[in-house]
Design a binder for this molecule. Structure first.
Ligand code: ADP
Ligand code: MG
Length: 502
């Protein structure tokens, strides 16, 4: 396998009124575990159901109900850890995080504070060919999601929907290794891609199945390097946490705003207060939600309803053996096996479905040609219709058929595009369409010669000019191609025209 070695990108620098500042960012991503049932109950996790229709007694915190761990959710967390090259903790345990909220009927969230199931790992964040940042993962823990309070349905009452209560979340905590807004978005994008490859989270940000708490601080150039050398966090600035972001665009805008806000405070002689903030996309600013003094005291303690989770290495090994090829490995393989550029390989491996589509087309064919057709023609056409690769009207076999016709010299590149459009809109077997509609490229030299003779006979003035200036021969080639509906083999036309014009 090709080793795509890389340079780290430069940190983003923001010039304040008095000095230059760098950003330090750490993310806590909440990823909903792809599972049909909840973390501690058999209730469905289906999205968009009638409110309060997916609620087991334990989710509603009925007295005396006990949680029962869902083995599949545990396996998904282990799978995620393995995909992030992380340490898997064979011993982990659940804790109660106590707080009152109407959409949390238990009065506490079951989470893992002291003994998370996954320890240290990493995400390689691509920032362009040959440039990438290694972001360290601190931990992943399993926890329950809360329900949803609804305040905008009635002027006098609030409602609560408990369908989401108890759904399994993985909280993926990064080290403060992210150095700019674009990197933060790229980090979320790469994490989402890996989770989707693994099948452990669908990554649907719109539905809130992947959302991030974004921690931002500022420091002077050089301070971050000292923090990395010594591990001493006092080299870093005080951070603010922006809660619950579920859009890449807003994550970037919020970080940018927050960094500038902190710079203004510090340059003014003030200090940044550690606090939790919310981003307002309409105003494009963050505002305080609660300060450190108002921070919740969650009174964590080990959940007495659940035994610690002890898993066996053999089970972890079994899960490890079932991991799919992940994005970086697939990208590297596409570069070596099919001769693609790193850029094309990135585009094709962005989604596991497009990578599979490409491979089916490229198998036994020219990889570069296959990549061009998939990226330029197919993706372009699908985008125009706002369609997904999974419901492409052209199958890999059909696109492969078109490529075979080009490779065999049966059709020109130009006709191939027309053929693609026919297959896209009407379906059918490419070879049969070419035969039935007379689209085959004319390589019959006699027929081409006849067409050339006709054009020459009809344009005596042009012939004189072309004899004086051989560059004008191209005009004849164009005329012949036009007259034959683009079916004449261009190379043959070129040769015959050149010969006839002497
Ligand atoms: P706590 O224990 O208070 O939850 P953590 O050390 O676990 O704090 O950090 C929570 C998140 O904040 C992590 O994602 C971490 O990377 C990030 N973080 C910590 N310090 C900073 C900082 N100075 N600037 C930006 N992000 C930070
Ligand atoms: Mg923490």
């Amino acid at each position: 396998m090709l080793d795509l070695t890389f340079e780290p990108p430069k940190p983003k620098v923001i010039s304040g009124a008095k000095a230059e500042w760098e950003l330090v960012i750490g993310l806590e991503v909440h990823a909903q575990v792809a599972s049909n049932s909840k973390l501690f109950s058999g209730a469905s996790t289906g999205f968009g159901a009638e409110p309060n229709s997916h609620v087991a007694f334990v989710d509603a915190a009925m007295p005396g109900m006990l949680p029962v761990i869902n083995e599949f959710c545990v396996a998904q967390a282990v799978r995620t850890g393995l995909g992030l090259k992380a340490e898997i903790n064979l011993f982990s345990a659940f804790d109660r995080k106590n707080y009152f909220y109407p959409d949390l009927p238990q009065g506490y969230q079951i989470s893992q504070l002291y003994h998370p199931i996954v320890g240290e790992g990493e995400v390689i964040v691509d920032m362009g060919p040959g440039i990438a940042r290694r972001v360290r993962i601190e931990r992943i823990h399993l926890e329950q999601d809360a329900g949803k309070s609804i305040h905008d349905m009635d002027p006098n009452m609030s409602f609560v929907d408990l369908n989401r209560t108890g759904v399994a979340l993985m909280e993926i905590v990064s080290r403060p290794d992210i150095r700019g807004p674009e990197e933060a978005a790229a980090y979320v994008g790469k994490l989402r891609q890996i989770l989707r490859y693994l099948g452990t989270c669908d990554g649907n940000m719109q539905n809130g199945n992947l959302r991030a708490d974004v921690n931002v601080s500022i420091c002077q150039p050089g301070a971050y390097e000292k923090f990395r050398e010594t591990g001493d966090p006092s080299f870093l600035g005080t951070r603010c946490e922006i809660k619950n972001m579920n859009s890449m665009r807003f994550i970037q805008a919020a970080i940018e705003y927050e960094a500038r806000r902190q710079i203004a405070i510090v340059e003014d002689g003030g200090t940044v207060d550690q606090e939790t903030r919310l981003y307002d996309p309409d105003k494009g600013e963050t505002r305080s939600m609660r300060s450190k003094e108002e921070a919740h005291d969650y009174r964590y303690f080990p959940c007495p309803d659940l035994l610690p989770l002890e898993i066996e290495q053999a089970w972890v090994d079994e899960i490890a053996a079932s991991l799919p090829e992940l994005p970086d490995a697939k990208k590297a393989r596409f570069v070596t096996e099919f001769g693609l550029t790193e850029y094309d390989a990135s585009v094709l491996t962005a989604e596991v479905e497009s990578a599979a589509y490409f491979e089916a087309v490229a198998q036994g064919r020219d990889g570069k040609a296959a990549a061009n057709w998939v990226i330029n023609e197919l993706f372009g056409r699908l985008k125009k219709d706002d369609r997904d690769i999974t419901d492409s009207p052209v199958s890999p076999a059909q696109l492969g058929g078109i490529l075979d016709l080009i490779a065999a010299g049966d059709i020109s590149g130009k006709i191939a595009k027309d053929l693609f459009e026919i297959v896209y809109t009407e379906g059918g077997d490419p070879a049969e369409i070419v035969a039935a509609r007379g689209m085959k490229q004319v390589t019959d030299l006699g027929a081409i010669e006849k067409a050339v003779d006709e054009i020459i006979a009809a344009n005596p003035a042009q012939v004189e000019k072309a004899k004086a200036n051989p560059k004008l021969a191209g005009w004849f080639v164009g005329q012949v191609l036009k007259a034959t509906g683009g079916k004449a083999n261009p190379q043959a036309v070129n040769e015959i025209v050149a010969r006839k014009l002497g």
